[in-house]
Design a protein around this ligand. Structure first.
Ligand SMILES: NC(=O)c1ccc[n+]([C@@H]2O[C@H](COP(=O)([O-])OP(=O)(O)OC[C@H]3O[C@@H](n4cnc5c(N)ncnc54)[C@H](O)[C@@H]3O)[C@@H](O)[C@H]2O)c1
Ligand SMILES: [Zn+2]
Length: 326
């Protein structure tokens, strides 16, 4: 799988192949970025979120997007995905199947999408409310990362983004972890993006289609994170920061118990676990657990030294009990 070309800029580019593009964009961005959006003669505004990814609605979207794209040559046309991870997953899927595949450009507008989902080629739709049941591997030809777009999210999102940055840094190296901990604000995070993206792509390159299991490392912090996210209705970043704390303390290495940049404290995790009424059910919501009682869990005992170990659901439940009372 070829890595996409990643470009960084301050503003949205004024020179761009607007004419051959079908822009699929998050309507939230109209207010601030309307002038750029309106330069695309063919565009399709969507409401972001999991509803957009529901396969049940796909036929309607496909018909509308076909209409918008009418008259463009398959060879020259490209789909431009402007938005966060939900828009990227949806538009990436569209690009991968539309006319059996057309060029794709990602323009991520959230930290999550800029750090994570715009890279690595995964596209996804949900089935019956279960996330990411249908999808393709379809890397964008180009990823445009634009400072104005990302900084538009506001400082509240910065805290959420820290957990994803911490995740990839801890998986990668002590050097990247040191650099990451120095990030103080959104501008600092923007400057660190090239390093974070390179780190993710390095993991993806070892296992582009998730066959060897190496790519599973990117799930670090997400097993318990997802359980907390859905049960306690937390933001993804908040949940991952708790999930990372759980995994790090379970690994019990040099990082355990310490206060860490971007990662929840012991006390915060203890409080969250105490609110988790039915941990077994919360864990079962993760699709990987329904099919298989054994779970590949990611441990990091020191930066740059991750390991994958198979554990059972009951091992995780026992560890939840232990950490809740620790
Ligand atoms: N493909 C992958 O590898 C991968 C990896 C991780 C997550 N994901 C998927 O990504 C999705 C989550 O991504 P997300 O958090 O970016 O979600 P999202 O697309 O739903 O965006 C989150 C919110 O931010 C708003 N928004 C977007 N850009 C904005 C901006 N610049 N300024 C202000 N508001 C803005 C959106 O309207 C939305 O309300 C999930 O569906 C998840 O499954 C995919
Ligand atoms: Zn995540």
């Amino acid at each position: 799988m070829k890595n996409s070309c990643v470009r960084f800029s301050t503003r949205l580019p004024s020179r761009f192949d607007f004419q051959n593009s079908v822009l699929i964009y998050d309507r939230v961005l109209e207010k601030k970025f309307g002038p750029w959006i309106r330069r695309f003669p063919r565009r399709y505004g969507v409401r972001s979120g999991e509803y957009l990814k529901a396969v049940e609605n796909f036929a309607g979207h496909a018909a509308a997007i076909s209409k918008v794209g009418e008259g463009l040559s398959v060879r020259e046309m490209q789909i431009v995905a402007l938005g966060g991870g939900s828009v990227g997953d949806f538009a990436g899927f569209v690009a991968s199947v539309f006319k059996r595949g057309v060029r794709l450009v990602h323009v991520p507008s959230t930290w999550l999408s800029a750090i994570d989902s715009a890279h690595g080629g995964k596209t996804a739709l949900n089935v019956g409310g279960i996330k990411n049941q249908i999808g393709t591997f379809y890397p964008a030809s180009e990823v445009l990362i634009c400072r104005d777009l990302l900084l538009n999210q506001g400082p509240a999102r910065f805290d959420d983004a820290k957990a994803e940055a911490a995740k990839v840094a801890l998986l990668t190296s002590a050097a990247l972890w040191t650099k990451t901990q120095k990030v103080r604000d959104e501008s600092g995070l923007f400057r660190l993006l090239p390093d974070l993206i390179r780190a993710k792509l390095k993991i993806v390159a070892l296992d582009p289609k998730e066959t060897s299991g190496h790519r599973h490392l990117l799930n670090f912090g997400h097993t318990v994170g997802h359980a907390l996210e859905s049960s306690l209705h937390l933001s993804h970043g908040e949940a991952v920061s708790l999930g990372l704390r759980f995994a790090i303390d379970w690994a019990g290495g040099a990082l355990a118990q310490k206060d860490l940049w971007g990662i929840a404290t012991r006390a915060q995790l203890r409080r969250a676990l105490a609110r988790l009424k039915n941990p077994a059910r919360a864990l079962a919501q993760d699709k990987k657990m329904v099919t298989n009682k054994r779970i590949r869990f990611i441990f990091v005992s020191r930066p740059g030294y991750p390991s994958i170990r198979e554990v059972s659901v009951s091992d995780i439940l026992a560890e939840i009990e232990r950490q809740k009372n620790a």
